[in-house]
Design a protein around this ligand. Structure first.
Ligand SMILES: O=C(O)CCC(=O)C(=O)O
Length: 303
């Protein structure tokens, strides 16, 4: 039997995260977990052959057809297969992030960005906190790499240290479009670093990290399962469809104890409202893939 050593962060890695706002950790998934995740994703892509427009489960990529299924995103992966719920609750991931978030952790969101070979869409520059403002900023995203992530297949790009800067303007013509305008902002995007990780490894980025990714121009897929986690005392300021009552909210606790006394820190916040008149795309999970570009290409002035 092969024993897999569980990844834990060293003090140097924790300091790297605090200073730079991101981190990579290799070999977080066991080979068996990786193989299971890939098999389930392949099955879901098979199921998408019968789909001709965006659904609750699938955001379609350009060129999707029954013959050549191409997905931009699988929404809410744990609703598609329980494995993904087990994974976001697993010690394999929680042991890694506990030194960054503290002992009380809530799972806050999930998606699986597909970036298929030969054309998977770009993700424009944005900060996650612009979509989801909280009472404090102990919030991060874990990206579980189901393939090797390289510059060629569109790995994430990050601006080290940007998590210490302001929340930038993600609006255009008065609407929230989920992307900054590189020409408008003072941020120096030339300092971007590619975040390359092997399959089975994870990326971690702070909720204020400015990040993006290029299209996948390679012949290899780049699948990224994203789980968002928050310290239990970080409460959303802009609402959450899952927050129907306290019991349901607390069901998303994955470690430690819940609380009804949010920790409120002084930090700048922008609300992700109003949404542009592209509600179907937002609901279908295309708020990142494609929509950012679509939104930019349209003018919402006067609507
Ligand atoms: O898939 C990517 O490259 C990044 C995705 C991302 O930043 C997001 O979905 O918030």
């Amino acid at each position: 039997m092969v024993t897999v050593e569980r990844a834990r962060l060293s003090p140097v890695q924790v300091e790297f995260y605090r200073n730079n706002g991101y981190l990579t950790v290799e070999n977080v998934l066991s080979p068996e977990q990786l193989a299971t995740a890939r098999r389930i994703v392949d099955d879901l892509v098979e199921q998408s052959r019968g789909v001709t427009s965006n659904t609750e489960a699938f955001a379609l990529e350009e060129g999707h057809s029954a013959e050549t299924p191409r997905l931009a995103r699988i929404n809410a992966p744990s609703k598609r297969h329980p494995f993904f719920g087990e994974l976001y609750r697993s010690d394999a991931i929680l042991d890694v992030i506990e030194p960054l978030l503290g002992p009380d952790i809530r799972h806050q969101g999930e998606k699986l960005n597909m970036k298929t070979a030969g054309g998977g869409s770009a993700v424009e520059w944005h900060q996650d906190i612009a979509f989801y403002p909280y009472t404090n900023d102990d919030v991060l995203a874990v990206g579980v790499c189901l393939d090797d992530h390289t510059l060629e297949n569109g790995c994430m790009l990050m601006i080290p240290g940007s998590h210490k800067g302001p929340v930038l303007d993600h609006h255009q013509d008065g609407y929230f479009i989920g992307a900054i305008s590189p020409s408008r902002e003072e941020t120096d995007l030339s300092t971007a670093v590619p975040v390359e990780v092997g399959a089975g490894g994870i990326t971690i980025h702070h909720t204020r990290m400015l990040h993006a990714s290029a299209p996948n121009r390679s012949g290899k897929s780049r699948r990224l399962l994203i789980y968002t986690y928050a310290a239990a005392d970080a409460w959303l300021l802009a609402g959450d469809a899952r927050f129907v009552d306290l019991d349901q909210w607390n069901d998303f606790m994955v470690r430690g104890e819940p609380t009804v006394t949010p920790r409120v820190i002084a930090h700048d916040v922008r609300m992700p409202w109003p949404k542009p008149p592209l509600e179907d795309d937002f609901q279908a999970g295309r708020a990142i893939f494609g929509l950012q570009t679509l939104a930019r290409e349209r003018s919402f002035e006067g609507r």
